[in-house]
Design a protein around this ligand. Structure first.
Ligand SMILES: [Zn+2]
Length: 231
């Protein structure tokens, strides 16, 4: 298998091709180009639209190949979308303005669930800031694409960090066994932020709340209890 084809397959791209793969100062530079006459997906709604023009060259740090750093180089297209106007194409390997490719974000964030940020940085030969940015990117992606659905049973708990000087309030969906929300603090205002950010439309069906916290947020509890009672 040619290297170009290998890189293209690992990126799962259909509208782009690898033009060249150069070794520069100990790293691999992969130049990508859009396939000719392709209508490209809009980054806003995903609808395929005609290309208007190109933006300046961008670079993304990608997953290393046999320990060799890999950089992706590409000039993003702007498309004319009837719904969103003139916007950037949805680039499959890019997430917002992050300088990291999506596969690298996923890899670093996955390892960060098992190891400390410093250890992941050492393992992959990157700065800890890069790992931190990857984790932030993965969390942002997860929040943006999470399946909210209807919540029936909520669990509220608090955890402490930094030797007990900082508290976080955690809200769980007890049926799906997933963390719905986490916010700094353990006051009524903290829980109110959960209601505001998560959206009352997804919480109307709540029928039971399980919690094990002190008495510092009674009215927020009443709000939950009121929702559970259909008030
Ligand atoms: Zn659009």
């Amino acid at each position: 298998m040619h290297m170009e084809k290998l890189v293209r397959q690992t990126l799962s791209v259909k509208d782009h091709r690898v033009v060249s793969l150069k070794e520069t100062a100990g790293s691999l530079e992969v130049e990508l180009e859009v396939l000719r006459r392709r209508r490209l997906p809009c980054c806003g709604c995903g609808k395929r639209c005609s290309v208007r023009d190109r933006l300046p060259l961008r670079r993304w740090h990608h997953v290393s190949l046999w320990g060799i750093p890999v950089t992706l180089c590409y000039r993003p297209c702007r498309v004319v979308c009837p719904c969103c106007g003139t916007v950037v194409e949805a680039i499959p390997w890019s997430q917002g303005k992050s300088p990291l490719s999506v596969p690298l974000i996923v890899l670093l964030a996955t390892w960060s669930r098992l190891l400390a940020v410093d250890a992941v940085a050492h393992l992959f030969g990157v700065h800890w800031n890069t790992v931190y940015a990857a984790v932030k990117g993965a969390v942002a992606y997860g929040l943006e694409h999470r399946e909210k659905g209807t919540v029936l049973h909520i669990g509220v708990d608090e955890i402490s960090r930094r030797k007990g000087h900082t508290y976080l309030t955690q809200v769980y969906d007890l049926d799906r066994k997933v963390l719905l929300w986490s916010g700094e603090g353990r006051t009524e205002e903290t829980l109110n932020r959960f209601f505001a950010e998560y959206g009352s439309a997804h919480l109307k069906q709540v029928t039971a709340v399980c919690c094990d916290i002190g008495t510092h947020m009674p009215s927020a509890y009443r709000r939950v209890a009121g929702s559970a009672a259909g008030l």
